[in-house]
Ligand binder design. Structure first.
Ligand SMILES: [Zn+2]
Length: 316
């Protein structure tokens, strides 16, 4: 567990902005593999026009945080404190939230690896002309993969048989405020109640829903962003083989590389891996819509995270 002895707040921050917004998702809880139906459901929820593009600090982003917290609760994750899944942080001109769910298979302080899976949920909000930026690839795709990995991790923890990831503890964080300076990620790293020393690896999913490029349509791009890159890159290659997923280093993508992300901020503190299918012409445009997503790619990214966790569990 990541949390160390902090006082729970009296009120669940999410409950303060709870709303009727709750699209009825047909999530298949029992599916034993990464489900594209589920991925579509998570994306559908996050790109709902009611969330108005999830711009940091606006009501739509707070609704999105509350919605993600509900999904985490529905999946059976543990909240950060008794107060709930949401952790507030200060924006330049207001407040926003990270949404943090945990999954542990035993007592705290164990030597099981603890893997953080992160994806930012905030987006571009509304175009001055009134159109909403759906932010389907950036980054409903990453949050969808995070929730689907969380569903399967919980399922594997609950299994009576030993599974690939039953020896892993997980910390799932949907970050707010990425598009306005990675403020959610910075606040998480500065949060005195979170024991970073217990985290072994941070995997950030940022835009994982498009073909990677003309020469590697089905590949998932990656960047290892820490001093500890040789063993991490080696483990990732092993995981890619195990999952049957092609991977390509984003170092080779030049201008198409994702710009500074939460992963870059994390890399100064933790071994960090970024998974992304890189920039494209719809990035930060109203044309970043759910119908343009390649759900096979989101599925591959999710499978890669689970396979990597299995490799890390084996090694420890
Ligand atoms: Zn992004």
């Amino acid at each position: 567990m990541v949390l160390c002895g902090c006082q729970p707040a009296a009120v669940d921050p999410c409950s303060q902005f709870d709303s009727p917004f709750s699209p009825a998702l047909a999530i298949d809880i029992e599916n034993s593999g990464v489900s594209q139906r589920n991925l579509r459901g998570w994306v559908q929820g996050l790109t709902s026009p009611i969330l108005k593009g999830r711009h940091a600090g606006e009501p739509g982003a707070r609704l999105a945080a509350a919605w993600i917290a509900k999904q985490m609760a529905g999946l059976g994750l543990d909240s950060l404190t008794e107060a709930g899944f949401c952790r507030g942080f200060t924006l330049y001109d207001g407040k926003d939230y990270n949404v943090i769910g945990q999954l542990s298979n035993g007592s705290s302080g164990s030597d099981r690896p603890n893997i953080l899976v992160g994806a930012h949920y905030d987006g571009q909000g509304r175009h001055p002309a009134g159109k909403i930026y759906p932010g389907a690839d950036d980054n409903a795709s990453g949050v969808a993969a995070l929730l689907e990995v969380a569903r399967l991790a919980k399922r594997q923890h609950s299994s009576t048989e030993k599974t690939a990831t039953s020896g892993v503890d997980w910390t799932f964080v949907a970050f707010g405020g990425e598009e306005v300076g990675q403020l959610g990620a910075r606040s998480f790293l500065a949060d005195a109640s979170i024991d970073l020393a217990q985290l072994d690896l941070a995997i950030h999913l940022d835009m994982v829903g498009r073909p990677l490029g003309p020469d590697a349509q089905n590949a998932i791009g990656y960047l290892t962003l820490s001093k500890n890159t040789p063993p991490l890159a080696q483990a990732l290659k092993q995981a890619a083989n195990a999952a049957g997923v092609e991977i390509v280093s984003l170092e080779d993508f030049g201008a198409l590389k994702p710009m500074i992300t939460d992963a870059e901020v994390f890399s100064h503190r933790l071994p960090t891996l970024l998974l992304s299918t890189a920039l494209h012409e719809d990035h930060h445009r109203v044309s970043d819509t759910p119908d343009r997503l390649d759900y096979d790619q989101i599925q591959r990214a999710s499978q890669l995270v689970l396979a990597l966790a299995g490799i890390i569990a084996d090694r420890s």
